[in-house]
Design a protein around this ligand. Sequence first.
Ligand SMILES: CC(C)(COP(=O)(O)OP(=O)(O)OC[C@H]1O[C@@H](n2cnc3c(N)ncnc32)[C@H](O)[C@@H]1OP(=O)(O)O)[C@@H](O)C(=O)NCCC(=O)NCCS
Length: 185
Amino acid sequence: MQMPVSIRPASPTDAERIVAVHFAAVHQTAAESYPPEILDVWSAAPGEARFNRLRQWIAGVDEVFIVAEVEGEIVGFGSIAPAANQIRAVYVDPAAARRGVGAAILSRLEVIAAEHGVKCILVNASLNAEGFYRNNGYEVEGSGAFRLNAAVEMACVKMRKNLKLRVAGGGTVGARGDAPPKGGG
Ligand SMILES: CC(C)(COP(=O)(O)OP(=O)(O)OC[C@H]1O[C@@H](n2cnc3c(N)ncnc32)[C@H](O)[C@@H]1OP(=O)(O)O)[C@@H](O)C(=O)NCCC(=O)NCCS
């Protein structure tokens, strides 16, 4: 059953809840697709160091973060790096999975991308998320690997979608050239 989701820009004060969603999504939803050694690096145990890093990221300008709320509680989040034409994150609390929250986040990220002039959006999809992106109009370009740190990388699927969104007032949005994928979705 779909949930009444509201999406808003993330604030640095959301960092603790965002990290909790990230940790649960990685260690539960993605657990069937990756070994524990990868999951532990992909999402380390929540703590002050992670919260602070994320607060700085959210406050920065390179990546736009949004959160999805149901009844005032954050149940998912996403981010996009418009200059890289790339979705960097879509994560949903397993307790709210398969009820349209991820699709709502992705749809808003695509609107933000279009507002920034992105024409073709890229994502390094985790293996468990390929079906999600396919269902939302993304096509597979090939398999890839996303580097988590100097020693560990995770397999991913390189995917892309041509945006055909229209801006208010008519006319298609401007185009930005493609850039090579840099981050993980
Ligand atoms: C991927 C993720 C964000 C999807 O969030 P969600 O809220 O459960 O997704 P939705 O309910 O919006 O799904 C929309 C549609 O996508 C498809 N879909 C979603 N998850 C899927 C999966 N695991 N396998 C296949 N299709 C999937 C389905 O068609 C679904 O519609 P349906 O449930 O009516 O069949 C969530 O599973 C997650 O957080 N995964 C772990 C973190 C992760 O890997 N994020 C992506 C990094 S690239």
